[in-house]
Design a protein around this ligand. Structure first.
Ligand code: ADP
Length: 433
């Protein structure tokens, strides 16, 4: 991911600096061209340059000779030979010749530069290359050297050359012209980083499922092996001793076996439940239920098996709620069962119902060992069990809470769990009224 991000950033930077370089080159070339143009507008060029086949006639001084003309120069009379030579200028070289002659002439004449006109010419020249922006031109006498990031050109006026510098606000223009690639590349960065992140999430989820599956298998093997060992030994006992003569022993052994077989049957049923629950979810038989009575019945049932660890509490008006009583009982039994199993013998357990205006809630809480913040998000996952080292201390397959959640959702409700290690756990189920 870092590789992709770094490469994209490098690519963006590379593109940006390249664009900056080419902008600079274009701006300098346009300045030189406009100076040439400006200068050719300022002087009158030889008319022969405008002929259909342009030419220049060069006046050449050569060595003095007998047939020489007599020509006066301002200081002294000197005799030399003169020749006139007409040079044809081909189309290809014409602009250069014009520019050169204009430049030389203007330098000789020392005609001052009109920056305003030059700015106009420069702007037009830039526009030809698609650059439209405010331009400020200035003249500088010293230093004559031009730094690499400067847009400037030297005009070699005879004896007092000057530098024409141009100030262009390129950053805004550059940003506008590079914005689209930057946005696309940024979107690509987000897309690839997002995909990789999502892949990571899926892989982690798969790894977790794998671990849960292994835990489940080791759990179930353990649960099945213990009764099988007992069955084997009672069976061996029946075979080895002459139990037929001892009907009391026989009755005891067959009693044990029947118990074990029942237990095994229970295990198989619980495993069957996993698939049953999903099928059952769609068949919901709702009816008007008196919550108070339902909770009291449940409370009494639990009190019969446990000594007074559970406290029942009911708030809100006496009101019937529309729900599936069997599902509700299963949900609450599961939660109370868990509280009894995991909270510890010292803990108090509370079963509470609250009826509000728009919703009603069932709250099962305990003051037991609690669940760590690390495990809490997963307790409703199928096969998840808190790994506390002594995994098989309390029996279970990690299915209870996932079933509870499915059933609550089948009744259009939601379930939340709050817990703190050492403080206890609270399950809050909310149903719409
Ligand atoms: P099982 O009871 O079969 O292991 P559950 O889905 O019912 O599966 O519970 C998942 C895990 O949540 C349990 O292994 C247990 O560690 C933890 N747990 C559930 N209820 C409580 C509770 N009231 N207090 C502490 N831990 C709990």
């Amino acid at each position: 991911m870092s590789g992709i991000v770094l490469f994209q950033l490098y690519w963006l930077y590379y593109n940006f600096s390249n664009a900056q370089k080419s902008f600079h080159i274009t701006a300098v070339r346009a300045l030189e061209k406009s100076i040439d143009q400006y200068q050719s507008q300022q002087v009158e060029l030889p008319t022969s340059l405008n002929y259909r086949s342009p030419s220049l006639t060069v006046f050449m001084r050569t060595k003095p000779s007998v047939q020489a003309f007599d020509l006066d120069t301002p200081k002294r009379k000197k005799v030399f030979k003169a020749e006139f030579n007409t040079v044809a200028i081909d189309k290809q070289h014409e602009p250069y010749v014009r520019a050169l002659i204009a430049r030389l002439m203007i330098q000789q004449m020392h005609k001052p530069l009109d920056l305003k006109t030059l700015t106009g010419v420069y702007k037009k020249e830039l526009a030809k290359d698609g650059i439209v922006m405010p331009v400020i031109l200035a003249l500088r006498k010293k230093p004559l050297s031009i730094s690499p990031d400067e847009v400037a050109s030297v005009i070699a006026f005879y004896k007092s050359p000057v530098v024409v510098t141009a100030k262009l606000n390129s950053s805004g223009w550059m940003l506008r012209h590079n914005l689209l690639p930057a946005i696309v590349s940024f979107a690509l960065i987000l897309l690839s980083a997002g995909s990789l992140w999502y892949m990571g999430v899926i892989i982690r989820r798969q790894l977790k499922l794998d671990r849960l599956k292994n835990d489940f298998i080791s759990n179930i093997t353990h649960e099945l092996r213990t009764p099988l060992t007992i069955l084997r030994s009672t069976n061996e006992a029946i075979a080895r001793f002459n139990v037929a003569t001892d009907p009391e022993k026989l009755a005891r052994y067959t009693g044990i076996n029947a118990d074990i077989i029942n237990k095994l049957d229970g295990h198989v049923e619980r495993i069957m439940d996993i698939s049953m629950i999903d099928r059952d979810l769609n068949t919901k038989e709702t009816q008007a239920v008196d919550l108070n009575t339902l909770l009291e019945n449940l409370f009494r049932h639990f009190q019969a098996i446990e000594n007074n660890q559970i406290t029942l509490n009911f708030r809100g008006p006496k009101q019937l709620v529309n729900t599936d009583p069997y599902k509700l009982e299963t949900i609450l039994s599961n939660l109370l069962d868990n509280a009894l199993k995991y909270a510890g013998p010292e803990a108090s357990i509370f079963l509470e119902a609250v009826i509000g205006h728009r919703s009603w809630q069932l709250i099962v809480s305990d003051t037991g060992v609690g669940i760590s913040a690390e495990d809490l998000p997963y307790i409703f996952d199928r096969f998840f069990r808190v790994n506390n080292g002594d995994l098989h201390d309390v029996k279970g397959y990690g299915l209870g809470l996932s079933q509870v959640k499915s059933m609550v959702e089948a009744l259009n409700g939601n379930i939340k769990a709050n817990s703190k290690i050492g403080r206890g756990t609270t399950f809050i189920i909310t149903f719409p009224l």
